[in-house]
Design a protein around this ligand. Structure first.
Ligand code: HEM
Ligand code: HEM
Ligand code: FES
Length: 564
């Protein structure tokens, strides 16, 4: 039995739509090839219609072509319904608008062509079609040229977005682009040449024109009438279907308002407030938070990937296709694709790639890039005290549960105050403040984060009191200075991180919390930069690697004492 969840899997839907789009694109490619034969001779053009009819008037050909159309069109309507935000790239807007203008522009061609053939056994070949389009009713001719360009552009953009994230796309993209430009140009030239030849022929033999018009039933009311009626019915159906999609969107909007909104927190203190049902990527777009998404949210490129910092347990599980992509990245359970994940409750996320990443950058391999930007930031190290006692005699699952709760509390506090949790090592975490903020704000954020971590941890200890042998205690080291911010990584795994002495110093200060038996050791540089008065805390001079002078630090017994 087929698992019904595959129909809810957005990526399966997209694959189907793509497959159907590709079938129609193949038809169009051959159709343009037929037109291009006009450059050879009008006879060659006419001859090609026999192959056309052999393939597309056959039962399998008809089922494939019109089946593909039905699938693509239904899924396009569904896409219009499912898409929450229209804040999409210009290319995507163009593709969407072009896609929905194809049908109204093409209905006449279908009704006067295939319908007339199927219903009345009247075949209208190039002689009739070109004469009607470019001599009898030029408006129809120009409309047809327009829909040719519209459909071709729409299909090619679809292929471009589909292949863009592939590692070797850049190799064959120039050939594809050249073909995509050349074919419609040749087709239009062929149509022009063919039309010239056929009109010249009518001048020489007006009686042939009369025959063609008669055989094509061009003025026959018993053929033209029903064809026009069908055309009008199809236009109306199209308008009604589009209207229904927008009504359905409005109903969903109302229902979702009733169900309430959730908060999605991002680094830098930014929050997107969206109805349940939005993907994280849609939330980013709605809140104008730049977010990498090379494939436009189609679940193909993985550039939208995020680490979920809070509420991992409440997330809906990944679909099979999302899981397959995550497996390829060797991602841990808290890494998800923002374009696929629809959180059901408040959460905090950390986008893992820079928002302006280009397609070529996703292909970087074995790379070490340490010269990105130098910046003054505050670095925080948080570590669990006596972690061995905590994990002893526990099932691995329980340990993971505890650590996840811990990281939820600590990393959530960091994100909520504007910092970026950066590395999770064993039972510790490093966080950076100041990626988007100036030095003063970075240091203040870090100090506020320390207080918030204290209270979140206290909450967690209360909630899990029955589970824990003793309350979880932590040590925090906090320092600030100039670091190099860069992406480090190998193959598909990249991480924005800070490199430089302040990082080692902050780690060392964290270790000193054990010697001083306190919760926080913070350098005076942080306090001075933040403009926070800390003279009430005992001061110590410590020697740390990378500094000739001893460093003045403050010893804070419990971080809630930081509240002035
Ligand atoms: C100026 C441009 C065009 C010209 C001169 C043209 C000409 C023709 C001709 C002569 C036929 C009849 C072939 C036959 O039945 O033997 C035909 C059929 C058809 N054309 Fe076009 N065409 C043009 C553009 C397009 C475009 C842009 C599309 C689609 C996006 C399209 C889609 C179709 C379809 C679906 C059929 C009917 C296929 C069937 O028999 O089921 N045409 N066209
Ligand atoms: C009948 C009118 C059509 C409509 C309403 C339509 C609409 C759409 C929509 C909404 C999308 C997805 C855009 C998105 O996800 O944002 C799409 C994708 C695509 N369309 Fe069409 N389309 C139509 C006809 C065609 C035709 C005739 C072709 C072939 C020449 C075509 C080829 C494609 C391709 C290749 C894609 C990319 C597939 C994907 O990324 O999922 N479409 N179309
Ligand atoms: S945007 Fe490409 S996978 Fe999410």
């Amino acid at each position: 039995m087929i698992d019904s969840s595959i129909f809810r899997d957005q990526m399966t839907i997209r694959r189907l739509r793509l497959a159907a789009g590709l079938v129609m694109l193949s038809y169009l490619t051959l159709h343009l090839g037929m037109h291009a034969l006009g450059n050879v001779s009008f006879e060659a053009m006419e001859w090609s219609t026999r192959i056309h009819d052999f393939v597309w008037h056959s039962v399998p050909g008809t089922i494939v072509l019109y089946g593909a159309f039905a699938i693509h069109f239904s899924l396009a309507l569904y896409a219009l319904y499912a898409r929450r935000s229209f804040r999409i790239s210009a290319g995507e807007v163009v593709r969407l608008v072009l896609g929905f203008s194809i049908l109204p522009l093409l209905l006449h061609h279908f009704a006067a062509g295939r319908y007339v053939y199927s219903a009345f056994d009247v075949t209208r070949r190039y002689d009739v079609v070109l004469t009607v389009y470019f001599s009898f009713v030029p408006f129809w001719g120009w409309r047809q040229v327009t829909v040719l360009l519209v459909t071709w552009t729409h299909g090619c953009l679809g292929v471009h977005y589909w292949l863009r994230a592939r590692s070797n796309y850049h190799k064959f993209a120039p050939i594809l682009l050249a073909s995509a430009t050349l074919l419609p140009v040749l087709a239009l030239l062929g149509i022009w040449q063919g039309t010239r030849q056929v009109l010249a022929q009518w001048q020489l033999h007006p009686e042939w024109l009369q025959m063609a018009v008669r055989d094509g039933h061009v003025h026959d009311p018993s053929v033209v009438g029903p064809s026009w009626t069908l055309e009008v019915q199809l236009y109306s159906t199209y308008v009604v279907l589009l209207a229904l999609v927008f009504v359905a969107r409005a109903v969903r909007w109302l229902v979702e308002r009733r169900r309430g909104l959730i908060n999605i927190a991002y680094p830098g203190g930014r929050v997107a407030r969206v109805p349940v049902g939005y993907t994280v990527l849609e939330a980013s777009r709605r809140a104008s938070i730049p977010h990498a998404a090379i494939c436009g949210g189609r679940g193909r490129c993985t550039t939208c990937r995020i680490r979920v910092l809070r509420g991992v347990d409440t997330l809906p599980p990944p679909s099979a296709s999302e899981q397959a992509l995550l497996d390829r990245l060797h991602a841990g359970p808290s890494v998800r694709l923002a374009c696929q994940l629809r959180p059901r409750s408040d959460t905090a996320v950390l986008p893992l790639l820079p928002p302006d990443i280009g397609a070529s950058e996703t292909r970087r391999r074995d790379y070490f890039k340490a010269s990105d930007i130098e910046r003054f930031v505050a670095i925080m190290f948080v570590d669990i005290r006596r972690s061995t006692a905590l994990v002893e005699k526990r099932l691995p699952y329980d340990v993971v549960f505890l650590l996840n709760n811990f990281f939820d509390a600590v990393a959530g506090a960091v994100v909520d105050t504007g910092g970026m949790p950066n590395q999770f090592v064993g039972d510790g975490m490093m966080a950076i403040f100041g990626i988007h903020a100036g030095p003063r704000e970075a240091c203040s954020q870090a100090l506020v984060a320390a207080q918030l971590i204290h209270s979140r941890l206290a909450d967690m200890n209360r909630t899990l009191a029955d589970e824990l042998p003793e309350p979880i205690a932590i040590g925090v080291g906090l320092h600030a200075g100039n670091v190099i911010l860069g992406e480090l990584g190998y193959r598909d795994r990249f991480l924005l991180t800070a490199i430089g002495d302040p990082v080692h110093v902050a780690a060392r200060l964290q270790e000193l919390t054990k010697d001083y038996d306190c919760q926080l050791v913070v350098s005076d540089i942080v306090a001075a930069t933040a403009g926070v008065e800390m003279s009430r805390f005992p001061v110590r001079e410590v020697n740390v690697r990378g500094r000739a002078e001893p460093l003045a630090v403050r010893i804070v017994g419990a971080m809630n004492e930081l509240v002035a």
